[in-house]
Structures are given as C-alpha cells and as structure tokens.
Design a protein around this ligand. Structure first.
Ligand code: TAP
Length: 487
C-alpha cells in the first residue's frame, strides 16, 4: 500500500497544552503515582504523555475521598445547588471545546470532525440535561415506596472504554452527580487524557474535593476499584468478557451494577427504502469512529432483489471517503485506537475470507506509522461466519441477505447481543412491527447512530443490563429503599 509521512496539523499543539506527565486526580488535587505508563497518538505512535498507574493504595485513597465527600458537603447539598455545579461543568466543556476535541483526536485517533461535532457537544449536552434533573428528582417517579425523594447509592465506581473517552465519562459522571452520588472513574489505558482534562474542569468549576476522582491505569486498576469494599455501585462500559468478570466479582455482595457491553447490530434495508439515503445511513452506521462503536451497524441485512444495487452504490460511496490524518477536518476515517485493536480487526477479516466471504476496500494511502485499516465490505457472508457473529469493532461491514420481514427479524435476532438495530423502509407499519420484533435496546428507523441525552440507551442479552440517558438512566443511580443517605 502506498505510504506518506504523517504530520499532525501544526496548530493542534498550540490549542491544547499536553503536560509531559500526569498525576491521579484524588480529593481535588493531582498526585503522582509510583508507576507511569505512556499514552500514544495512534496516528503516528508518538508518546503524548506519561500517565500515572494507580495501584491498590491509590484506589483506597480515591474511594475514601469519595466517601468523605458523600458523607460531607456533597451529601448535605440540595439538588438545586448540585445542579449549579453540573451547569458550570457543561459551560466549561463548551468553553474549552476546542481543547477537548484536539486532545481526544490526538489520544484516540478519531477524526477531529467527529470530536468537534459529536463527542464534545454531546458530552456537554449530557451535563446540561442532568443539571436540569438535579432539583427535580422527586418528579422522576423513582422514589421508593414510602419515600418522597429518590436517594443516591453513595460511592460509584465507573470504568469506561477507549472508543468515546469523554462522552462515556459524561454518560457516567453527569447522572451520578445529578442524583447525589460521588464518583471514582477509571478511563481506558489507551485514552486517559480527556478524563484528566475533565479533572481540571472540575477544579475550575470549584467542585468540592472528592466528588469526582479520576484514577488512570490498566485493567488491574479497574479490577481493584470495582472489587473495593467501599464502593456501593458500579457502572461499567466495555467488553462482555470484562462485564462478566465484574458480575462474578460482585456476586454475593450488596453492590449494584449496570453493564453496557458489546453489540452486533443489524442494519436492515427493505427493497422499498430510499436507497441513497440508506447507503448514507449504512456508511454512518459502520464507519463512524472507524466502526469502533458498540452499537455500530456491523451487519448489513439487505433484501435480495436490491443486494447488487446496494453493494455497488456502497462501493461508489466508499471510494469517496477520505481516510487519513485525524487532525484534518476533511477526514472521514481516522486511525484505529491501538495495535491490539488493529490486530483483532485484521484477524477477524482474515477469518471471514477463509470462511468464504469476499472482501472489498477502496484504494487507500496510509502513513508509514500508526494503526490504519481501510473501510471494508465483506459480501457472501453466511450467518455462521465469525464476521457475522463476533464483534469486530472496526471499519468492516458484513453483508447478508433476506427475503421476507420474518427472515430479517430471525437473522437480526440471531446473535448473543441485543444493543441496537436499524430499519430502512418507506412503510410506517413495517417500522413499528420490526421495532416490536427486534430484540435490541435501540431501534433506529431511516437513520442510524443518533444519540440524545433524553433517550435511554442500553442492551438486551449479552449487551448488558441497565440504561443510560433519559429518566431511565437516573434509575441506576438511586436506591429502591428508604435507607439510602438522606439529603
Ligand atoms: P474492555 O477491555 O472491557 O475495557 C473496558 C474498561 O475496563 C477499560 O477501562 C479497561 O481497562 C477496564 N478493565 C479491563 N479489565 C478489567 C477488569 N478485570 N475489571 C475492571 N475493569 C477492567 O473493553 P475495551 O476494549 O476498552 O472496549 C471495547 C469493548 O467495549 C467492545 O466490546 C465494545 O462493544 C464495548 N463497548 C460497549 C459500549 C456500550 S454502551 N455498550 C460502549 C463502548 C464500548 P484497560 O483499558 O486498561 O484495559
């Protein structure tokens, strides 16, 4: 494949200041841990910063700080006052949006167009939305029998993945604070920098010390955190494998957990659909964020008579996608987040080809360094193929066909996951029937990958349990007894 030298846009470094080393954010201040690990730019493999590796003692300190804040100032604060902090954080995220967008793109590899237009504004929107709930919780219909106001759990451990680092943080921290909990959050090992910038925002907002604590580290830090006896509730987003390990670890304890896990969404196109619109939806569904999205439309189910036409229009559209420098605002597809993820994508695509699928990708030129994978379409995929059953978490679309709506439903539901699905048809009655039949937490109709803080998100089956967003998302952060800490 032809190669070119990658040079991030020069102004990017002046928009955000990246420190050479970062400490852990505990009790309102940054503290250096004993060990450090590098976080790199996946587009060129250069080290962006050295970040602290939190050990068990750091976990103790962070949980203790969160407990003190919960039993102290935060626990005594009214919802209206808590709401003001959330509003302040939301405004600061907006004010510092360019810094957050650049930092996220450098640390994650996703296009600046996406961090600028999706990750950062939607993260701010989550804080605005939950700020509004903080003083209205008694109207959320969540109070336990005999009580008037829903009560928080206490100290919440939150562990998040690398695909939407700031947005996942916002999905977790905003409802936890709105409902009166305090937080210890662990970002993913490969994308810690926007969480640490968020810690600065907490300081800037004068959030009382200990209300939000950020522990950087790897899976061991996450494990020590979720297993800590001082934690009352766990909110996890990540792989089904780690979700299972967490469920096992807390079995027999009183800890509550919400698990947002993997997906293998079907994007279903009927022969009466507006095909050009559907092709745009397919492209957005699987190539947004390089396909590293739990709800990505990674299985295209296309009705037999329009298969050839859809595939050929899709190929024409993919040839126009701009793949490369994530810092270029015209880029559509950036870098894959890590070498490990790139290897996983390559292994699964090779397995698909070995099992009989045909791979197609437009010609792409990639830099000599960094982690890259072209937008790829696999046709001739059978339901038993690994690429039809396993989550690839990359820019790879597996195409299958169906004849009847019943067959589409059977194929779409034939997965251990149940997170999302898309339906493309002009018939309103069919949309309603499909939405009823599909075993997916979110069903998009004639659109895909739409997110809004008011709308609950979450899965069935191995996609986890609990919902995030909307009134439903608050439910996970309040107890159903009247004995939770009163405020
Ligand atoms: P994981 O390997 O599961 O990692 C998620 C987080 O858990 C990371 O912070 C990770 O730390 C930490 N972790 C690892 N082992 C742990 C343990 N034993 N106990 C506690 N925490 C532990 O997933 P990933 O590779 O970051 O993300 C990709 C997966 O997440 C995909 O399967 C994707 O579908 C899923 N995902 C789901 C959703 C929703 S909303 N359902 C959203 C995004 C992603 P390290 O980073 O250091 O490993």
């Amino acid at each position: 494949m032809p190669k070119f030298d990658y040079a991030p846009a020069p102004e990017s470094r002046s928009i955000v200041t990246i420190k050479p080393t970062y400490g852990l954010f505990i009790d309102g201040t940054f503290t250096r841990a004993k060990g450090l690990f590098p976080t790199i730019n996946p587009a060129d493999e250069t080290t962006l910063a050295e970040v602290s590796q939190a050990g068990p003692k750091d976990v103790d300190k962070a949980v203790d700080a969160a407990r003190r804040a919960y039993e102290g100032v935060w626990g005594r604060m009214s919802g209206a006052e808590r709401g003001k902090y959330l509003f302040r954080i939301a405004r600061l995220l907006q004010e510092r949006a360019r810094e957050f967008a650049v930092l996220e793109t450098l640390d994650n590899g996703k296009p600046i167009k996406e961090t600028r237009d999706v990750d950062v504004p939607v993260a701010a929107a989550h804080f605005f939305y939950h700020a509004g709930w903080a003083d209205k919780l008694e109207y959320a219909g969540l109070a336990p029998a005999g009580g008037d106001v829903p009560r928080p759990h206490g100290v919440v451990a939150q562990v998040i993945p690398w695909n939407f680092p700031l947005l996942m943080l916002a999905w977790k921290v905003a409802p936890a604070l709105a409902t009166g909990n305090t937080v210890v959050l662990k970002p993913a090992e490969t994308t810690p920098l926007t969480a640490l910038l968020f810690a600065e925002v907490c300081q800037q907002a004068d959030l009382p010390p200990g209300v939000v604590n950020i522990l950087t580290g790897d899976g061991r830090t996450g494990q020590a955190l979720v297993e800590h006896p001082g934690v009352d509730k766990i909110a996890f987003t990540g792989s089904t494998e780690v979700g299972r390990a967490i469920a096992r670890a807390i079995a027999g304890t009183t800890k509550k957990a919400t698990l947002e896990l993997g997906g293998k969404a079907a994007n279903i196109i009927f022969d009466d659909a507006a095909i050009d619109q559907a092709v745009e939806g397919i492209v957005n569904g699987i190539f947004f964020n390089q396909g590293q999205v739990c709800c990505a439309g990674s299985r295209l189910l296309v009705q037999e008579p329009i298969h050839d036409e859809v595939v050929s229009r899709l190929q024409r559209r993919l040839a126009t996608l701009r793949v490369g420098d994530p810092m270029d605002k015209n880029t559509d597809l950036g870098a894959i987040n890590s070498r490990a993820q790139l290897d996983r994508i390559s292994t699964l695509v090779d397995a698909g080809i070995a099992e009989g699928a045909t791979a197609w990708a437009p010609e792409c030129t990639f830099p000599g360094t960094g982690f890259w994978f072209p937008p790829t379409v696999l046709t001739g995929v059978a339901q038993t193929h690994r690429v039809a059953t396993e989550e690839i978490f990359g820019p790879v679309l597996s195409v299958l066909t169906f004849r009847t709506p019943q067959e589409a439903v059977a194929k779409a539901n034939n997965t251990p996951y149940g997170l999302s699905a898309g339906v493309w048809t002009e018939k309103g009655s069919r949309i309603l029937w499909m939405a009823d039949q599909l075993r997916a937490g979110v069903v998009w109709a004639n659109t895909f990958n739409r997110f809004d803080p008011t709308s609950p998100f979450g899965g069935y089956k191995e996609s986890g349990y609990g919902r995030e967003g909307g009134r439903h998302g608050l439910e996970a952060y309040v107890t159903h007894t009247t004995t939770g800490a009163a405020r």
